[in-house]
Design a binder for this molecule. Sequence first.
Ligand code: GAL
Length: 634
Amino acid sequence: MKRTLGTCYYPEHWPRAMWQDDALRMRQAGLTWVRIGEFAWSRLEPSPGDYRFDWLDDAIDILGRAGLKVVLGTPTATPPRWMIDKHPDMLAVDAEGRTRKFGSRRHYCFSHEGYKRDCAVIVEKLAERYGRNPYVAAWQTDNEYGCHDTTISYSDAACVAFRKWLEGQYGDIATLNDKWGNVFWSMEYSSFDQIELPNLTVTEANPAHTLAFRRFSSDQVVAFNRLQVDILRAKTNAPIAHNYMGRITDFDHFKVGDDLDIASWDSYPLGFLEDRVGASADHQKRYARQGDPDFQAFHHDLYRAVGKGRWWVMEQQPGPVNWAPFNPEPLPGMVRLWTWEAFAHGAEAVCYFRWRQAPMAQEQMHAGMLRPDSADAPAIDEARQVAAELANSDAVAPAKAPVALIFDYDADASWAVQPHGDGLSYFSLVFGVYRALRMLGLSIDILPPTTRDFSGYELVAAPGLMHMPDALKQALATADTKVVVGPRSAARDDNMCIPDPLPPGLPDLDVTVARVESLRPDMSLPLSGGGQILGYREELEGTEPPVLLEETGRAVAVGNDRRIYVGGWLDTTGWKTLFRDLLKDDHALFDLPEGVRLRDTGRERFWFNFDVIEHEIEGVVLPPISVTRLEKTK
Ligand code: GAL
């Protein structure tokens, strides 16, 4: 498939007289896509029922006639001020019980029925008017669900909906009491109407209660998105996408993705490095102008799975952003590198955010492809270069990776509810495994936890899946592949209780987690072959022989050459040792420098050098900050 480029444009921010020239310059830069409309509600409906579509008609027409394909966003992430007058209780409420105010964006609670009705109306109007418009070639629902901590709301509307949801899940209150273990601290209820949201309790709420509320909140996002998709589908055949974010894990993207045609995400490598990778200060300094070498790739692989193969980067950082603690300029060549990295991982399109830097409001310090005075900014040159390279090269062919890594949003919620130690998160655990596998030169497919067929993979890793349904345990046990499970896998039942028999209860390994402990950051435990256990460790019982030892001789991982259970949080070196030993006989592995990664596609091997120095790997010379595309030799 031919890969394409695009940009995010806000015609409502600029005089109409500029639109034509903007459209032509986008085409001249080699762009195919232009996303518009996702924040424009106050211009589409300035007062209730007063619809103004003429300007959008013109914008779509001008962009389309210039040869661009439009991605039209539904504007529901930015309800106008009048909407708050209409529904004062539609605003989300934070965990401290404070109402979040109007004056930025995403100021709505997913559970407010009145707001949802009004969303349905505006989406219907847009679908009717543009569903068959030849220039509208794709749709985006809302914008970045969950961003700015907006999945969870402790509003009255959420409380009403949560009680109904619980009744649907548990049927009767006795069952809920039993499954949650509410006899503990006399927390038993006699009706669903007595159940409150799990905030502002004196000490921690029952983890079963908190997890249920997180699951409910995730389902509310799914329902909110589905409402829009159902309306759009009736009026358009164009594909529908949503733009997810980096490391926002508090709703189940696989479930939202089931209703969409394309998964897309917003990739801000430098912003993320400061804000959410969780790396050391040294690492942050070293990659301040390049971004983390694995963080974008991880999300590319994750969203490829969420989109069932069809995925885009809807927003690509083009220069300094405005929102991270520090906002450096990318090194020359990084915008191109990030773009090719996305294509190498299978992206259909990469769109730069945004076309022209805004001189006003919250994002005036955020770079665009153009400066506020319309002169070229550095990113447009790199986009032009990629456009020329795309035009002159073969399409990137997809390929199945040798290694699969399961990612489960529900496990992320379980860890968040009960981390057991400061800083222990499911995301960090899985990301650590991903980084180690990539440093061995492996390409990775991320899979949803509902996967039951693992054929074709050499290795499946399933760390940290707090709750593992029996069917998944069985599928992994019988899979004709190597399998690595743990730590903390199958540690809880579906309601956050310790199962009986004790975890992990795997059909193919005789191992029992007898006890667990969490460790202070200054208490790491050395492994015998190098590396350490960080933060969390389990005591393992059973008859399986050790495959990885602490320096003291105690087993941290047990099993055999096809099945391993890991009873501790390993650092990168520890994971690399474990995977190298497991795979070295059937796979050519590398020991890549910190800033070098590769990705195998159907016909090629892409090398990415994030470092400012040259590297040479098995005869392949990788210049500083570079993409090297080589035909595969076998
Ligand atoms: C994204 C968002 C955009 C813009 C951008 C700035 O998260 O979708 O609207 O705010 O960040 O980096």
